[in-house]
Each structure stands twice: as structure tokens, then as C-alpha cells.
Design a protein around this ligand. Structure first.
Ligand code: NAP
Length: 278
């Protein structure tokens, strides 16, 4: 199966879909990541706060996939936002993963009340210059947070990883990213446990295209130019979720799925202006 790639604003590339690992711990994390790599995923998304970097690293080594084919993402937690802390945090992530560089490293949450995310961003800029990180990005940033770091460093992130799924389509934030040359990466891309798999527009599109509801939602993601990172511990679902490049949703199907968006659609993360995640 050929997975299309996105070229980022720093000329590096990422596959158009990746594998999320939040909630996977211990041997389950090794097994799920190993089977995802076997299924063909090449982008793996971890974070200090997922407490599974060692297990993800073990799966990467076991897979035998050449390092230059892999795209490994980690994230700096809120408690590591100071410049020195962000540098130290990155070295620790590399040590746990057993890697000499990360392909993408993100600031996990802006935590505006601490107001240290610009310092963390400066650290990422320097880490990229040192070759320890290939691409640098952010997560859960609003347009204002993006503008702060762009204004202060002249450098836009390659990626903003935000919550996007049919119940919370975030069209405005997707547009804000696009206007700044930032790729939207979609977290909880299916809608996690509340995934609207049984909603009429999703079911209808699944029947029309002979695919599953999960595939319809992930296709809805990539057709918007987003990079979804679905998590599944189930090998058959992992394969299913990767196989979304052989059909196309028409405009009416896309719009009907987007129209599932609700004012209370934000399911898991809080509002980045007030929510803090350490
Ligand atoms: N940056 C952030 O702040 C942030 C926040 C949250 C998440 N994330 C990232 O985004 C990744 C994905 O988000 P998520 O894990 O919250 O939610 P998700 O990927 O939307 O949903 C995962 C859930 O859906 C199930 N599932 C997977 N494929 C399915 C399919 N084809 N049909 C039906 N059910 C399916 C999984 O079950 P099984 O495992 O049992 O198959 C799991 O319970 C995370 O792992 C993490 O890497 C980032």
C-alpha cells in the first residue's frame, strides 16, 4: 500500500497518516506499535506524557524498518517549557527512544498562564539547528499562540497538532494553520470512544464506497489535507485505518460529515486558552 506524503514548510516530508500511541503502555505499547509498523505505518506519535517512549523505541528497533523511512514524533510537556528544561527534555526523550534524532518534536500544550512556550520554541529552533530534531512544531496552539512564536522568532512551526474529528471539525483553526503555512495534524481523528461511526452521513458514505465508517472519517481527514494519527491496539483496525487512499468522498459527503460538528464537540482537550497540561 502506498501512502501519499505531505511536504512541510521546511521541505521535509511526512506520510499523510500516522499511528497514535496515547494510552498504550508497557508490553501492549510494544506490541501495538510493532504491529502498526508491520501494517505499514511509518509515522509514530508519542510524547513524554504518554510514558511509552521506551516501548515505542523498542518496537521501532524490533521492526527492522530502516531509520530513514521512519518519522518519529515526540512532545515536550508543559512542565518542561523553560529553554533549558526543553533542551533537557528532548535529550531525555531521545535517550528513552534510543534515537539520535527525532523527525518531529512538538510543544504539547501552550500552557499560556506559565507564558514559557516561546522559550520552549526557541529551544526547538536551536535543537533543529543542532540536528537533534528534523522538524519542529506545536500542538493545541491557537492562532494567537502561533503568531507569538512566529513574531518572536520569524519561524513558523511545520505542524500544529490539534483535536479534529467530525464532532469538532475546527475549520477556523485549520484555516488559521493553512494561512501560516502550518500543516494540521489531527489528534483523536476518529473522535476516540465517541467516534460518530453510527451517524447517518458516515454510514451512508461507508455503504456507498464499500468501506468502514472508520475509513470514511479518516478519508474525510486526508481530503481536507489533514494528517490524522489514529490509535488502535487492534491489528485489523490498524490495517483498515491505513487503507483510505483508494476512494474519494464527494463534496456532499464531505459537507454532511462536517455538519456533524457540535458546539460541545470538543471531547477531550480543554480550550488551549485556559486548559493547562503539565
Ligand atoms: N496532542 C495532543 O494533545 C493529543 C491529545 C490526544 C491524542 N493525541 C494523539 O492522537 C492519537 C489518536 O487519538 P486518540 O487515541 O485519542 O483517539 P482516536 O484515534 O480518534 O480513537 C482511538 C479509539 O478508536 C478505536 N478505533 C480505532 N480504529 C477504529 C476503527 N477503524 N473503527 C472503530 N474504532 C476504532 C480504538 O480502539 P482499539 O484501540 O481498541 O482498536 C480507540 O478506542 C493519540 O494516540 C495521540 O497520539 C494527541
Amino acid at each position: 500500500m502506498t501512502i501519499p506524503t505531505y511536504t512541510l514548510n521546511d521541505d521535509t516530508t511526512l506520510p499523510a497518516i500516522g499511528f497514535g500511541t496515547a494510552g498504550l503502555r508497557g508490553e501492549a505499547a510494544v506490541e501495538a506499535t510493532a504491529s502498526a509498523l508491520e501494517a505499514g505505518y511509518r509515522l509514530v506519535d508519542t510524547a513524554v506524557n504518554y510514558e511509552n517512549e521506551r516501548e515505542v523505541g523498542e518496537a521501532l528497533r524490533k521492526s527492522g524498518v530502516p531509520r530513514d523511512e521512519l518519522r518519529v514524533t515526540s512532545k515536550i510537556p508543559g512542565r518542561h517549557h523553560g529553554y533549558d528544561d526543553a533542551i533537557a527534555s528532548t535529550h531525555e526523550s531521545l535517550e528513552r527512544l534510543g534515537l539520535d534524532h527525532l523527525d518531529l518534536h512538538l510543544i504539547h500544550w501552550p500552557n499560556p498562564s506559565r507564558d514559557l512556550f516561546v522559550d520552549a520554541w526557541r529551544a526547538l529552533v536551536d535543537l533543529r539547528e543542532q540536528g537533534l530534531v528534523r522538524s519542529i512544531g506545536v500542538s493545541n496552539f491557537t492562532a494567537e499562540h502561533l503568531d507569538r512564536i512566529i513574531d518572536e522568532t520569524g519561524l513558523a512551526p511545520s505542524v500544529n497538532q490539534i483535536e479534529v474529528h467530525p464532532l469538532f471539525p475546527q475549520l477556523e483553526m485549520q484555516r488559521a494553520n493553512e494561512e501560516r503555512g502550518v500543516r494540521t495534524e489531527s489528534w483523536s481523528p476518529l473522535g476516540k470512544r465517541q467516534a460518530p461511526l453510527d451517524e447517518a452521513p458516515v454510514r451512508a458514505a461507508a455503504e456507498a464506497h464499500g468501506v468502514t465508517p472508520g475509513q470514511v472519517i479518516l478519508r474525510w481527514q486526508v481530503q481536507q489535507g489533514n494528517l490524522p494519527i489514529p490509535k488502535s491496539a487492534t491489528p485489523s483496525r490498524q490495517r483498515e485505518n491505513l487503507d483510505v487512499f483508494g476512494f474519494e468522498l464527494d463534496e456532499a459527503e464531505m459537507e454532511a460529515i462536517t455538519a456533524l460538528g457540535r458546539s460541545d464537540g470538543r471531547l477531550f482537550g480543554g480550550d488551549p486558552d485556559s486548559h493547562e497540561e503539565m
